[in-house]
Unconditional design. Structure first.
Length: 123
């Protein structure tokens, strides 16, 4: 056997021996992770069975906090009221148009309705 080929075979063998422990360690780590996952699954399953076997405990009734009253000035209250009424009116108009459009009328001839702008704050 030639010296060059012999060196090559020795180099390959050394490389395989070096890779062997790494591969073995990686496989052992995978096995350990799989065992841990299996144990966790079994623990979860047994806990679920135990919870299902127990009668459901009564939940303490939670007392809801009363709604906090908004301290609005009469002007702001009127402003909000007008804005909400305008929004509701626009919604009613849109629903009416949707119903009439679905009834078969040609909607291309009519321009879309504009909601009334009664808000004084400009928003």
């Amino acid at each position: 056997m030639k010296l060059k080929n012999l060196r090559k075979k020795i180099r390959r063998l050394e490389k395989r021996l070096q890779e062997g422990p790494k591969k073995l360690a990686r496989l052992k780590q995978r096995l350990q992770a799989a065992e841990a996952a299996k144990a966790m699954k079994a623990a979860r399953k047994s806990a679920a069975r135990a919870a299902a076997a127990r009668p459901p405990a009564k939940k303490p009734s939670t007392v809801k906090k009363p709604k906090k009253k908004l301290n609005l000035s009469p002007e702001r209250r009127a402003q909000l009221s007008a804005a909400m009424k305008a929004r509701w009116a626009a919604k009613r108009v849109a629903e009416a148009n949707a119903k009439s459009d679905s009834a078969g009328q040609d909607s291309a001839q009519r321009p879309p309705p504009h909601p009334p702008e009664n808000r004084s704050d400009g928003a």
